[in-house]
Design a protein. Structure first.
Length: 239
């Protein structure tokens, strides 16, 4: 796998899968001796250990991409994954809130310190990495829009990193609904006040901790789950 072609978060994910699930099972088999039945046995064993179809299919995808490189470099005549049978993955319709549940939740968090984060998520569909990585310079309050220029991601061993959007299509302009724009304006006023503290460390981000540093996605999710419970609305994955 070529490290330079992968995002840090993707590389970390691949590394965990390879070290935890692939090397312990087939790491002792020479690449030229690897067969489809070896891979089928790997998939069956992982499914029997209660790994989901999606995770096992992900293992298959990593193997396929890696072994395609071996074929390209002349190390293999054929990719062994072509002779394997990975589990099928069924699409699950995501659960969504009703309009009343959205209103209930937003009413509950309207005065919360991170309420504008949830207004942005509900009103625009932005992902949490896009919201947490949103720079002050990307918002136009006068014309009511923002631009997606970067994301904030947590990478094990490296911490919080500002990264480029995953694809070119991820770079986009978003027109803000009036209720979202009003929430952001109120948030920025509060941000301006707390930034006067001697403890403040300017990060240039719209959403920060109380001392100006980037917000950990994990901490945001904990806060989100707590607010869901308080508001009495069903759990719903944050994008």
């Amino acid at each position: 796998m070529q490290k330079n072609s992968l995002r840090a978060t993707t590389l970390q994910s691949y590394t965990e899968i390879i070290e935890r699930h692939i090397i312990p099972e087939i790491g002792n088999i020479k690449i030229t001796q690897l067969r489809g039945d070896h891979l089928n046995h790997l998939y069956s064993k992982k499914l029997s250990s209660n790994l989901s179809n999606r995770t096992v299919e992900y293992i298959h995808g990593i193997l396929r991409r890696s072994l395609n490189k071996a074929v390209k470099w002349g190390l293999l005549a054929r990719n062994p994954t072509d002779m394997a049978s990975p589990p099928s993955v069924k699409f699950k319709q995501p659960s969504v809130w009703s309009s009343e549940q959205v209103k209930t939740f937003l009413e509950h968090v309207k005065d919360d310190r991170w309420g504008a984060i949830f207004y942005l998520a509900c009103g625009t569909g932005m992902r949490k990495g896009e919201i947490l990585g949103l720079p002050l310079t990307a918002i136009n309050l006068t014309d009511g829009y923002l631009k997606i220029l970067q994301t904030l991601q947590f990478v094990p061993t490296k911490g919080l990193l500002i990264m480029d959007p995953k694809t070119d299509k991820s770079r986009r302009m978003i027109v803000l609904p009036d209720f979202v724009l009003a929430s952001i304006k109120a948030h920025l006023k509060r941000r301006e006040e707390i930034s006067k503290s001697s403890r403040w460390r300017e990060s240039g981000l719209v959403f920060t901790t109380d001392v100006g540093t980037p917000i950990s996605p994990r901490n945001l999710m904990r806060h989100f789950k707590a607010k869901l419970k308080e508001a009495g609305v069903p759990d719903n994955p944050f994008p």
